[in-house]
Design a binder for this molecule. Structure first.
Ligand code: ADP
Length: 477
């Protein structure tokens, strides 16, 4: 049985700011189910929430600091979680990256370097925990120093580094390297130096035995200048060690057959009942309750990454088509204002809800016919997966995980039953408008439409499927 130590700055449900926490809370239980002995290590933030007991385990000395290691379980599982307890760094209100006021922690580098150093001690079985992993699995820049520091050890475990989003790299002034007492032999062009800066993520990219990211297409894209943020050369140099594995989704929580938030449960055999959720959704947002008109939705952070500007450019023409558009999101104030204005001018066709609303997100997935996701880049993406599970047909741009999980509706993909949505290539309003029109056209052919829905609903996006791919990777190491 392989022993794997997971290192992460956030783990759901202990603490979450984004998708990273979901992966680190869902993948380990799936790996355990497949027979991997997996344990987690993360900082002991003040904001951690758990129903499980937390107890003292040991004290280690790193970089002249005495750090306690506490032990708890991932709630609802048997998985051991070690908490790096150093109150001077972590016992403050706020989240892993920003303080209570929303300002980035001034000592971010120190905080995550400490996590990395303790993770190294535990990896080398010097944490007085009597456990020695075969593999250390690191996640995003906050853990990038682990593979670098472990490279200096003899008889070390193998290392895996997963990129959840290349947009965040942990860049600090070069003096930080000295401040953190990082061994000098790691500071060079092929090491932690990046254009004169000290880079955490480069520790993972340069030193990990294997690099993964959250979709095969994103693994290709980050080897290009458009998506690589200057690391494209290094990543293409390491392409033999780089693979993409699609994230899973929580198939219990996102299950139209047992969703407590929706008007009436349904599955592939009772798809007609989806209409009840559609009517309920139309009524909820005060649009005309009409079963015949296709309902388009979008749930998203309203930021440029998500292609919101493309949507805005499409809206004047889109709203002349026989459709309704229901949007839920928050983010950029300019986007919020413009979307609201469109909704006010078109009260019969468009409704906007600003804010974050998990329940409404479920109701929209269940009640919609089409889900829009025109992202400029998307490492994996979740909503296109939820949509397929709910028989809601996604429209996506051909990038990252969207390209890997949605198959364009074409004559040949209808014939071989792989079509699940509509895909466009260029990040332009014209290209998006074209697929929107194509989807409205296909919606008029109810047999074709239900085939699209059923093809999507039959796909397996469980964590177990992803975990098997990670397990195969671990076996190679
Ligand atoms: P990202 O992590 O880049 O924001 P993903 O598609 O991977 O994009 O995941 C976004 C998650 O957040 C999805 O589960 C989506 O439903 C949810 N979400 C985003 N905005 C909202 C919102 N305003 N209300 C409810 N859920 C939201």
């Amino acid at each position: 049985m392989k022993k794997v130590l997971f290192v992460s700055s956030e783990v759901y449900p202990l603490i979450k700011t984004g998708g990273l926490a979901d992966v680190c809370g869902s993948l380990p239980p799936a790996l355990l189910e497949l027979g991997t002995d997996v344990r987690l290590i993360m900082p002991n933030y003040q904001a951690i929430k758990t129903t499980e007991e937390i107890y003292f385990k040991s004290t280690v000395q790193v970089n002249r600091m005495d750090v306690n290691i506490l032990e708890t379980r991932l709630p609802g599982t048997q998985i051991v979680v070690w908490l790096v307890d150093y109150p001077m760094f972590f016992d403050f209100p706020g989240n892993p990256y920003v303080d209570e006021k929303g300002d980035p922690w001034l000592n971010s580098a120190e905080r995550f370097a400490l996590l990395c150093r303790v993770a190294v001690e535990v990896s080398m079985n010097r944490g007085y925990l009597d456990w020695e992993p075969d593999i250390v699995h690191c996640n995003d820049w906050q853990t990038g120093l682990v593979p670098a520091l472990l490279s200096l050890e003899t008889h070390r475990p193998a290392t895996v580094f997963t990129i959840h989003n290349m947009a965040y790299q942990g860049l600090f002034p070069k003096e930080t390297c000295g401040l953190l007492n990082i061994p000098r032999e790691l500071w060079h062009l092929d090491g932690l130096e990046f254009n004169g800066f000290f880079s955490f993520i480069k520790g993972g990219l340069a030193y990990a035995d294997r690099i993964t990211t959250v979709s095969p297409t994103y693994a290709e894209e980050i080897q290009t200048a458009e998506f690589g943020y200057g690391f494209e050369g290094l990543l293409s140099h390491r392409k033999e060690d780089l693979i993409g594995i699609i994230n899973g989704i929580d198939v219990e929580h996102w299950n139209p057959k047992a969703d407590i938030h929706i008007a009436a449960p349904y599955d592939a055999l009772s798809l007609a009942k989806k209409q009840l959720s559609k009517s309920a959704l139309q009524a909820k947002v005060a649009l005309p309750v009409d079963n015949k008109v296709p309902v388009f939705t979008l749930i998203s952070r309203l930021v440029e990454q998500k292609g919101i500007d493309l949507i805005l450019d499409c809206l004047p023409e889109m709203l002349t088509l026989p459709l309704q558009f229901i949007l839920l999101g928050s983010g950029d104030k300019v986007f919020e204002q413009k979307l609201n204005d469109f909704a006010k001018q078109n009260p019969e066709k468009m409704a906007v809800t600003l804010g974050y609303d998990e329940v409404m997100a479920h109701q929209m997935e269940a009640g919609a016919d089409v889900f829009l996701m025109p992202s400029r880049f998307e490492p994996c993406g979740l909503n296109q997966l939820y949509s397929q599970r709910y028989g809601t047909v996604p429209i996506v741009r051909k990038t990252g995980g969207l390209a890997d999980t949605v198959c364009d509706a074409l004559p040949e993909t209808f014939t071989n039953k792989t079509a699940t949505g509509f895909v466009f290539d260029d990040a332009t309003a014209g290209a998006l408008m074209e697929v929107i029109k194509r989807s409205v056209l296909v919606y008029g052919f109810s047999e074709l439409w239900s085939q699209l829905q059923l093809n999507g609903m039959q796909k397996d996006y469980s964590w177990l499927r992803s975990a098997k791919e990670y397990q195969a990777l671990y076996e190679q190491l």
